[in-house]
Design a protein. Structure first.
Length: 156
């Protein structure tokens, strides 16, 4: 048995040496593949394909939708809306929600924040979403989309 490879108990010295040689060749091959991949920037199409594959794998929607629908007597109606790419937080911080709250500006409205599905969002706010945004949302090919808007209609 080799001291640096305790998991090979019962193998002959020749078999242990063969494992060492195979590992070294595989490691060098792997390093070369990684070097090649690191020097190559993925194309826009490759990035979209990767994003679509990840969406299919983890069943997360391509975009994320936020909305606040606020009505105050005498003040009118206010709508805050956001559409952004649905990336998984890498450190547990929901940066999209944080940015949406910063966009809203006042914590008074935070209680009204909704995160509707795409269908709910597109139905409820159909009259407020510009046609070019509707097309982008339908195509699902905007990996860096981050759209925010605020509408206020005063009744007085």
């Amino acid at each position: 048995m080799s001291e640096d490879m305790p998991w090979v108990i019962g193998l002959t010295d020749e078999e242990v040496q063969e494992l060492r040689n195979s590992k070294k060749e595989l490691t060098e091959y792997g390093k070369e593949k990684i070097r090649k991949l690191m020097n190559k920037e993925p194309t826009h199409e490759e990035m979209l394909e990767i994003a679509k594959q990840r969406e299919a794998e983890d069943k997360r929607p391509f975009y994320r939708f936020f909305a606040v629908d606020y009505f105050a007597t005498g003040e009118g109606m206010s709508y805050w809306m956001k559409v952004c790419r649905n990336y998984e937080p890498y450190d547990g911080v929901d940066r999209d929600m944080k940015r949406f709250k910063e966009f809203i500006g006042y914590d008074y409205y935070y209680a009204g924040i909704e995160e509707p599905t795409e269908e709910e969002f597109m139905t409820k706010y159909a009259n407020l979403i510009p046609s070019h945004m509707v097309k982008m949302i339908e195509r699902k090919d905007q990996p860096c989309l981050d759209w925010e808007t605020h509408y206020h209609v005063n009744y007085s």
